[in-house]
Design a protein around this ligand. Structure first.
Ligand SMILES: [Zn+2]
Length: 452
C-alpha cells in the first residue's frame, strides 16, 4: 500500500534526494516555528486566505489596514502628525513620501512606540540609483516572508524542495565557502551560484551538480539567468531537470531573457517585483499577469488615469509600523489593469512595469561582472544622493555622483578601489559630481551602463 503511494515520487526522485527534501521540509518547519512562533502555519493559512479572497474582500481588508496605519502614523510619528493634521486624512491628498524626506526627517519618521532594539536596519543602494537606509520591524519581516512563501508557490516552489539560486554575493561571508552559509544552504536545500561573477568554470560546475541534485525551481536575477542560459546553449549543455518554474527578481526581465531561459530550462519564468523598502510588490501568475501583493501594500499610480496612462508608482506599506512609508515614491513607473485574470486570482493587476535596468560589465579578460556588484557598494553609504556608473571602454569608467552634506573624500577612494577590484587595477575611474541624474525618456532608470 505504502509502496504504491510512494512509487511515483521515487520514480522521479532518487532516494537520497527524496530524504534530503524530507529533512529540509522538517528543518524549514522548525526554523519557522522558532522564528515566527508555533502558530506560523495558521498565520500562513490566514495570509493565503486574504490573498485568495474575492476582489471586494481584498479591497475591504486594505481599507481597514490603511485606516489602522494612518491612525498609528498620526499618533506615533512626529512627521505624519505634522503632515496629516488628522487621524483620518484622505489618502489621495497626502503628499508622496520622497527619498529626500526620509533622509532629512529620519528621526521624525520613526514611530515612538518602537525602541531601538525592536527596529531592524535595512538599506537599498541598487534599485533606483539612490542609496537609502531605513528601519523595519519584526512583524514586517514575518509578513514579508509569508508573502514570499505564498507567491513563490505560483512558480512551483515549496518548502524543502531543491532550488538553484543565482544571486549576488560580495562579501566572503556570503560565499559558499563559509561554513555558516554552507549550513544555511544545506538545510534549506538551496544551491547558490554567485551572479556577480559568473565564470565559465563556476557555471559548468553548477550545471554538473544540478544534473545530480535536480532543482525544482530557480530563483535568479534575470540578467544572470540569461547569462547562464546563454552559456549552456552555446556549449550544447542541455538541462534535464524537470523544473516546475523559474522566479526572476530584482531587475527588469527583458523579453529576450525570458525567451532564452524558457527554451533552455523548459519552464515558465515568473517575474517577481519587489523592493527592500517595501517587500514583495507583485508576482507574475501562470497566465502572465503581475498580481499586486494587496495584503502587504497599497499601490497607486500617479497619473490622471492609471488604467490608460502610465505614472510613477506610489506604495503604502501596510505592515511596517516602526517607520511607516505612506505613498512612498519607489522610483518605478507603471500602469494598472482592471481585468479579471483567468488564473483565478482576484488580486489587482499591474499591467505595465517600466522598472529598472542593470548592465553587465565585461573586463578585458572576458570576465562578466553583474551591475548589482557595483550598486551593492552603495548600501549604507552616506553622502551620496544618486549615482550612475558607466563603463565607457575596457580602460575607462565614469562614476556620476549627486552628493550631499555628509560626503567625505574618503568615500571616493573607497568606491574607486571597489570598482578597480573587479574591473582591473589599471582601469581609470573618473568621478563626476553632477546636480542631478535625470530619468531617461524610456522611464527606465539606468544606474549602471556598459558601452563595452
Ligand atoms: Zn493571474
Amino acid at each position: 500500500m505504502c509502496a504504491s503511494i510512494q512509487a511515483p515520487l521515487l520514480e522521479t526522485m532518487p532516494i537520497r534526494r527524496y530524504a534530503k527534501t524530507l529533512f529540509s521540509k522538517a528543518a524549514w518547519h522548525a526554523y519557522n516555528s522558532y522564528r515566527k512562533g508555533a502558530r506560523y502555519r495558521s498565520r500562513f493559512s490566514q495570509a493565503a486566505a486574504v490573498l485568495d479572497a474575492p476582489r471586494e474582500t481584498i479591497a475591504a481588508f486594505q481599507k481597514e489596514q490603511l485606516e489602522k496605519l494612518l491612525q498609528h502614523a498620526y499618533q506615533t510619528t512626529p512627521y505624519y502628525r505634522e503632515l496629516l493634521k488628522t487621524e483620518t486624512p484622505e489618502l489621495s491628498q497626502i503628499p508622496p513620501l520622497e527619498k529626500k524626506n526620509i533622509r532629512a526627517q529620519w528621526d521624525e519618521l520613526c514611530s515612538t512606540t518602537f525602541t531601538a532594539d525592536q527596529r531592524i536596519e535595512n538599506a537599498t543602494g541598487g534599485s533606483t540609483g539612490t542609496p537609502l537606509v531605513f528601519y523595519q520591524d519584526r512583524n514586517y519581516w514575518n509578513q514579508r516572508n509569508l508573502s514570499v512563501y505564498y507567491f513563490d508557490r505560483w512558480a512551483g516552489w515549496n518548502f524543502g524542495e531543491p532550488q538553484l539560486i543565482i544571486w549576488g554575493a560580495t562579501a566572503d561571508l556570503e560565499d559558499d565557502g563559509h561554513w555558516k552559509h554552507w549550513l544555511g544552504n544545506f538545510w534549506r536545500n538551496q544551491y547558490r551560484l554567485n551572479g556577480f561573477r559568473l565564470t565559465d568554470a563556476a557555471m559548468l560546475a553548477m550545471f554538473e551538480q544540478m544534473n545530480q541534485d535536480l532543482p525544482q525551481t530557480i530563483l535568479a536575477y534575470p540578467s544572470s539567468l540569461y547569462q547562464f542560459a546563454t552559456f549552456l546553449s552555446d556549449n550544447g549543455l542541455i538541462p534535464q531537470w524537470k523544473l516546475k518554474g523559474i522566479i526572476s527578481s530584482a531587475e527588469m526581465l527583458h523579453p529576450h531573457y525570458r525567451a532564452l531561459a524558457e527554451i533552455t530550462f523548459k519552464a515558465k519564468v515568473h517575474n517577481r517585483y519587489g523592493g527592500r523598502e517595501v517587500g514583495l510588490i507583485a508576482m507574475e501568475c501562470a497566465e502572465g499577469r503581475m498580481h499586486i501583493n494587496a495584503r502587504d501594500l497599497y499601490l497607486e499610480i500617479e497619473s490622471p488615469d492609471p488604467y490608460t496612462e502610465p505614472g510613477e508608482i506610489l506604495i503604502t506599506q501596510l505592515n511596517n509600523y516602526a517607520m511607516p512609508f505612506i505613498r512612498y515614491r519607489i522610483g518605478d513607473v507603471g500602469m494598472l489593469s482592471d481585468e479579471m485574470c483567468p488564473c483565478g486570482s482576484q488580486l489587482p493587476i499591474l499591467a505595465e512595469l517600466l522598472g529598472r535596468t542593470t548592465a553587465t560589465f565585461r573586463t578585458r579578460t572576458g570576465t562578466l561582472i553583474h551591475g548589482g556588484y557595483f550598486t551593492r557598494q552603495f548600501y549604507n553609504l552616506v553622502g551620496i544622493s544618486q549615482f550612475q556608473l558607466i563603463q565607457e571602454t575596457f580602460e575607462r569608467c565614469v562614476l556620476k555622483l549627486v552628493i550631499n552634506v555628509e560626503w567625505r573624500e574618503e568615500i571616493r577612494h573607497h568606491l574607486v578601489q571597489k570598482i578597480q577590484e573587479v574591473l582591473g587595477a589599471d582601469v581609470v575611474v573618473t568621478v563626476e559630481f553632477v546636480e542631478d541624474i535625470p530619468l531617461p525618456a524610456s522611464g527606465k532608470r539606468e544606474y549602471t551602463i556598459s558601452k563595452v
